[in-house]
Design a protein around this ligand. Structure first.
Ligand code: DC
Length: 247
């Protein structure tokens, strides 16, 4: 069966990583969480006691970082041989990751690695610049959005599960701050690709998000598996609607 590459971009808390993970599991694909890569570099910077504002040193550490994903056990991330899956979600890492990921030298190293992993096809890649920069020729592109209050509630619940309790106003403030930095940086800012399908997840459960994306995936897979003899194409499938009117 033909395998495709699916790009999922969107701001923090829009549900893209969880959705990407479940879609990959369902299809038997690899899940590449590119945010986890930038978080791993940030953790390396903090643990090496390098100032995150020291661009040259940060780029050097990004070049040195050995980041390995284990897709078989619910996506574990190893940095230089150590499992850092939980550590990269800390408040300290979250606070510094936008700065670290804004450096062009860091992005170059990460994007090269992402393209290498994604070249295997059969891959669901989530991040901020996947459909615009990393894989502009992805077979399917999604851009997930959600109301900032809803995103903050999700983030607060996630933090609470890992033992950190924060007031909602602080979580909203931090999310807005990160969104602003991620979407206004010069290199590869967070942006919807023109041909991406936008999905608003504000009122959707994770199961509904996954189901919605899978309808597009199924449509596309049916088209690439079967010769297109007009029928589905004329009825209006993913490809001839350019993803604009199917929500
Ligand atoms: O998806 P996340 O919240 O774990 O991502 C953490 C940060 O990494 C995010 O604030 C910006 C950066 N990032 C990026 O610049 N490009 C990507 N493709 C993915 C994440």
């Amino acid at each position: 069966m033909k395998k495709i590459l699916i790009a999922i971009d969107g701001p923090a808390g829009s549900g893209k990583s969880t959705t990407a993970k479940l879609i990959a599991r369902k299809l038997g694909y690899i899940h590449l969480d590119t945010g986890a890569m930038y978080r791993s570099v940030t953790l390396k910077v903090l643990e090496s006691r390098v100032n995150p504002a020291d661009e040259e040193e940060v780029v050097r550490l990004a070049e040195e970082a050995d980041i390995v994903f284990d897709n078989d056990n619910g996506l574990r991330v190893a940095l230089d041989g150590e499992d850092v899956t939980e550590k990269i979600r800390s408040e300290e890492v979250t606070k510094n990751v936008s700065l670290v990921s804004s450096y062009p030298g860091v992005r170059k190293v990460m994007v090269d690695k992402q393209r290498e992993i994604g070249s295997q096809k059969g891959c669901v890649v989530d991040g901020r610049d996947i459909g615009t920069v990393v894989f502009p020729n992805a077979d399917l592109k999604f851009f997930m959005i959600a109301d900032v209050m809803e995103r903050a509630r999700r983030r607060q619940a996630e933090l609470s599960e890992s033992g950190t309790e924060l007031p909602i106003v602080k979580v909203v403030h931090d999310l807005k701050d990160r969104d602003m930095k991620d979407s206004t940086r010069e290199t590869s800012p967070l942006k919807k690709a023109e041909d991406a399908i936008e999905i608003d997840t504000t009122n959707l459960t994770i199961e509904e998000q996954v189901a919605k994306i899978l309808t597009f995936v199924d449509d596309l897979l049916m088209m690439v598996q079967e010769p297109v003899v007009g029928r589905r194409y004329q009825e209006g499938s993913v490809l001839n609607r350019q993803g604009k009117d199917r929500k």
